[in-house]
Design a protein around this ligand. Structure first.
Ligand SMILES: [Zn+2]
Length: 339
């Protein structure tokens, strides 16, 4: 997927026309501020989070920015049991670790391994497969997969708590299924349906995205999705699929544009960004992952959304992610697997 390396999810190549001859000179990327921002380099990462002590101290700062607070009684005086790296409350004597009650709970892996995984997944332009993560951070494939799913779970819970607002382009989308069943898009067998929504600012530029796996494109499913993921001030534009009518029935400002289907319909300016981003996410998933089970698909979508929604400041990705991870409930493997 080398051709995607230079593309962020919201960009299309810019055609340059040579002025004197009107010849198309070539296709190059416009140098935009977001894409060419200063990132967070590996050298900086290792200087800040290269040791277990540095990672633990960072987690302590992010978990208790105002100083320690006992998770049982809220008391702020404590002593540290140094051999077991535990905090003991001076009032109720409850013992806790910085990772207890968080997504990092019960991990047997060093914090440096977690930090490296978080670094790679949050700084990546498209995504990092568990196989690639296994090689990069030096753990077993199963451990890499588990870390990746937990990181995705944090991302999903975080974004699910922040409804989209503003002008929203919305569409129905599908993933996977049998390759040669003769059907594509709506009505195709074995496809995973997902809602694709992109909010844009007043200049028409994409701001945030929310892609959510749903059971089907029924009125009930769209109603429940909209109530969870759209603010009431949203203005939504979609195609004429009947289930989207439920938006207006539930008080959202909604315009349905009858597209008539066909390739021209994806070129409509009203759907420019949602179609571009659906297409880029699908290409990226094809390029990065061997296979994604239906059970985990929503987390993979959430990973793309989380990175896209925070693409404006790559240097803040580590602290922002870890701050939220420390406030995300533990999610052991049996829950991730849905057992
Ligand atoms: Zn206490």
């Amino acid at each position: 997927m080398f051709f995607l390396r230079g593309l962020s999810l919201c960009e299309k190549p810019t055609m340059l026309t040579y002025p004197q001859s009107n010849l198309i000179w070539g296709t190059i990327m416009a140098k935009n501020k977001i894409q060419f921002q200063q990132g967070f380099s590996l050298q900086e990462f290792f200087s800040q989070y290269g040791t277990e002590h540095q990672c633990r101290q960072a987690l302590i700062r992010w978990r208790w920015p105002q100083g320690f607070s006992c998770p049982v009684c809220g008391h702020d005086k404590y002593c540290v049991l140094k051999t077991r790296l535990l905090f003991q409350c001076n009032r109720c004597h409850a013992q806790t670790s910085v990772t207890a009650g968080t997504i990092f709970e019960s991990t047997k892996l060093p914090l440096t391994t977690w930090f490296l995984a978080i670094y790679h997944i949050t700084q990546s332009k498209i995504s990092v497969s568990a196989l690639s993560l296994k090689r990069t951070i030096g753990v077993s494939y199963n451990s890499a997969l588990l870390i990746k799913h937990k990181i995705q779970q944090v991302m999903k819970e975080r974004d699910d708590s922040k409804p989209l607002t503003g002008f929203i382009q919305m569409d129905d989308a599908y993933w996977g299924g049998k390759k040669r069943d003769g059907k594509r898009g709506r009505g195709a067998t074995g496809k995973i349906p997902f809602v694709a929504a992109v909010s844009t600012n007043k200049d028409g530029h994409p701001v945030a995205m929310r892609f959510s796996q749903i059971s089907s494109f029924s009125k009930e499913a769209i109603q429940s999705w909209a109530q969870e993921h759209l603010s009431t001030e949203s203005t939504v534009v979609s195609d004429g699929l009947s289930c989207f009518r439920v938006l207006a029935e539930n008080g959202f400002a909604h315009t349905a544009i009858i597209t008539g289907g066909g390739p021209e319909s994806v070129e409509l300016p009203e759907f420019k960004w949602v179609n571009t981003i659906i297409s880029n996410v699908k290409r990226s998933i094809h390029g990065c992952f061997h296979a994604i089970s239906e059970h985990h698909f929503s987390r993979y979508l959430a990973e793309y959304c989380y990175r896209f929604n925070r693409r404006f400041d790559l240097r803040q990705m580590m602290p922002r992610f870890c701050y939220v991870a420390l406030r995300t409930e533990p999610c052991p493997q049996r829950i991730l697997k849905g057992a």
